[in-house]
Design a protein around this ligand. Structure first.
Ligand SMILES: [Zn+2]
Length: 221
């Protein structure tokens, strides 16, 4: 087990970590179902952002959550506007003041790492999150949008959405580009491992013995 990324050594993702010091503080609230999800990008995000916090939970203890959200920094929730909130029984988010974006050193970006459904539930279960103004994520940089046009904006990974939000806050796309590169490497690794597992399975099922237990494939001596 790797102590940094908490994965088995064989699937360690630490080599992708590209540390970038964001001016805004980042708090990642990870749904428990994401903790063991190999495709989850929040751990890599955490490794890329020294000083970020990664906390796991669905319904947080209110005192603990208040402590995590305490000042002097102003906490902003990275979450789209959801006009249907009243019907869900949650309070409408307070308005976002564009003037706040001018000073990222006074900000804490709060990111929910969950599926859309589970993020709705986290919002519903934690009134302190409902009280946070939301940072509207502007459209992605054009170059990445072309590469990732299969993604709707709300289907961005946690890492991508956070990288774009931090770039937006600091008005510095280049500074946070290494995070996207790290993510691309991470995705390629996940795909490679899935491919290797399928290939191994196919070899096993298709021609048992063909690739295994043949002495001339073993190391000499
Ligand atoms: Zn690792």
């Amino acid at each position: 087990m790797c102590a940094a990324c908490l994965r088995p050594q064989s699937t360690c993702i630490c080599r992708w970590a590209a540390p970038v010091s964001a001016v805004a503080e980042v708090l990642i609230l990870q749904h428990p179902m994401e903790v063991a999800n190999a495709k989850n990008s929040a751990r890599l995000l955490h490794l890329c952002l020294p000083g970020s916090r990664l906390e796991s939970g669905e319904c947080f203890d209110p005192a603990r959550l208040d402590a995590l959200l305490a000042g002097p920094r102003r906490s902003l929730l990275l979450y789209p506007d959801t006009p249907g909130d009243a019907s869900m029984g949650t309070a409408p988010a307070p308005p976002f003041d564009p003037a706040w974006a001018g000073d990222p050193s006074a900000l804490r970006l709060v990111v929910l790492d969950a599926t859309w459904r589970k993020s709705r539930k986290m919002l519903y279960l934690n009134p302190a999150l409902q009280r946070l103004p939301r940072l509207p994520l502007r459209s992605m940089p054009a170059s990445h949008y072309l590469i990732r046009k299969a993604h709707a904006p709300d289907q961005l990974s946690t890492l991508e959405a956070t990288a774009y939000a931090l770039a937006q806050l600091e008005d510095d796309e280049k500074k946070f580009a290494p995070l996207i590169t790290a993510f691309d490497g991470f995705v390629a690794q996940q795909q490679g491992q899935a491919h290797a597992r399928r290939a191994a399975l196919a070899a096993d099922l298709g021609s048992p013995g063909d690739t295994q237990d043949q002495p001339w494939l073993g190391s000499p001596g």
